[in-house]
Design a protein around this ligand. Structure first.
Ligand SMILES: *Cc1c(COP(=O)(O)O)cnc(C)c1O
Length: 393
């Protein structure tokens, strides 16, 4: 393949949002005209629509995804179901926000390795890490792949653990668990509705992205919902009456207006992303697929994977990234340094988490989104084939 003037961005937000521009402009104008910019009808409507979509009784909009995570944990502390010093099981290979939320409210994260075939928290490694103090699992649907397994649900039941979902990357993802033993438990439900509460981010680059920061909590728990709503509003449920030492974390009307427009299209968006991911993979040489794509990422026909990120694992990451870049294809790395090796958590610097470290060393995120054409997807695959044709796998 010869060099040409192509430019495929990893994620072009302008193109991602272009199909909804007119509808969003109208919705934003409505807000400006209304003269009401916070805690109004747009937020209320979005909360209702998003709760219906995810399949929970409540949705509480807030400022961003990190706040959504913190509000859940702080809410459980206020309700006395979690106490400072309690331990929370969390995947070691998550984005730092998940861990920050846990430590910021005085809880202790227990970093557990992922399964290399799914890149999700490995439920087989949870029980050996439980102690008297373990009170919850914070699972993360990383890359947009459902991380909940039957085993994880069973561990929660057996050991009486709360289950929280970091759904920041997985809007619209379904959880398929075929289980006769867990009849009540959620076959074909949306992620974010399965545990005690789910945290969502609407950061612009997410599959459901706003025009700035925004987030939400979903839950079926009436008490928790009420406390979280107050905590995000200075700890107040009634004006000038402060029950808790809360924070200010509210979604503004403009973000809610934008999100309410895009929510209507999220299934369509995810459908294109999945089709693109299947195409990308099918155009790769078989040896590459076997070596570089996590084996179970594409299981169950992508019903449990909304392709927020398409991860490719290779020891030659830097060379491949440079090669693709030279041919006009931008890639990203999610994420270059794992949380336990970050400066802010220097107390964990001697931990050895080989699977997590391998993922952080080898992961390359390929461009795969709804703003790309099929032809562009095929071009990315062909380039990767070409890269490996020139060397032994
Ligand atoms: C984006 C993200 C967050 C944080 O969301 P913000 O809205 O940026 O605060 C949390 N967890 C995961 C896994 C994320 O990808």
């Amino acid at each position: 393949m010869e060099k040409n003037n192509r430019e495929i961005k990893y994620l072009c937000l302008k193109s991602i949002n272009a199909p909804y521009q007119e509808e969003m402009e109208q919705a934003i104008l409505d807000v400006i005209d209304s003269g009401w910019y916070l805690q109004g009808l747009k937020v209320k409507n979005f909360e209702k629509h998003y709760a219906d979509y995810i399949g929970t009784k409540h949705c509480i909009a807030c400022g961003n995804g990190l706040d959504a995570l913190k509000l859940i944990l702080q809410g459980e502390i206020v309700l006395g179901r979690l106490n400072k010093g309690d331990e929370v099981i969390v995947p070691a290979n998550t984005y730092i926000a998940t861990i920050l939320a846990i430590t910021s409210v005085g809880l202790t994260p227990i970093l557990v390795e992922p399964d290399i075939e799914t890149l999700q928290l490995n439920a087989n490694l949870i029980e050996e890490r439980l102690s008297e103090k373990t009170k919850a699992i914070m699972t993360v649907h990383l890359y947009g792949k459902c991380s909940i397994t039957e085993k994880m649900l069973r561990i929660c039941e057996t050991h009486n653990l709360l289950l929280f979902e970091d759904n920041a990357q997985a809007h619209g993802c379904t959880c398929k668990i075929e289980s006769a033993r867990l009849p009540r438990k959620k076959i074909n439900k949306h992620t974010g509705s399965i545990g005690n509460a789910g945290a969502h981010s609407f950061y612009p680059g997410k599959n459901l992205g706003a025009m700035g920061d925004a987030g939400a909590v979903t839950t079926n728990d009436d008490e928790l919902a009420e406390v979280i709503r107050a905590l995000g509003n200075y700890g107040s449920a009634k004006k000038y009456i402060f029950e808790y030492t809360g924070r200010n974390s509210r979604m503004d009307e403009i973000q809610a207006a934008v999100l309410d427009v895009k929510l209507k299209y999220i299934d369509q968006i995810n459908k294109i992303r999945k089709a693109h991911a299947i195409l990308l993979r099918s155009c790769l040489n078989r040896g590459i697929v076997e070596k570089c794509i996590p084996r179970k990422l594409f299981d169950s026909g992508l019903e449990n994977y909304v392709v927020h990120i398409f991860p490719f694992l290779t020891e030659e990451r830097e060379k491949l990234q440079r090669f693709l870049n030279e041919h006009g294809v931008q890639t990203m790395i999610h994420y270059p340094i794992p949380p336990h090796q970050q400066k802010c958590y220097s107390e964990w610097s001697s931990l050895s988490l080989p699977i997590t470290e391998k993922i952080h060393r080898e992961e390359l995120s390929l461009p795969c989104n709804e703003a790309m054409s099929q032809e562009e997807i095929q071009y990315v695959s062909k380039l990767i084939n070409q890269f490996y044709n020139e060397r032994t796998l």
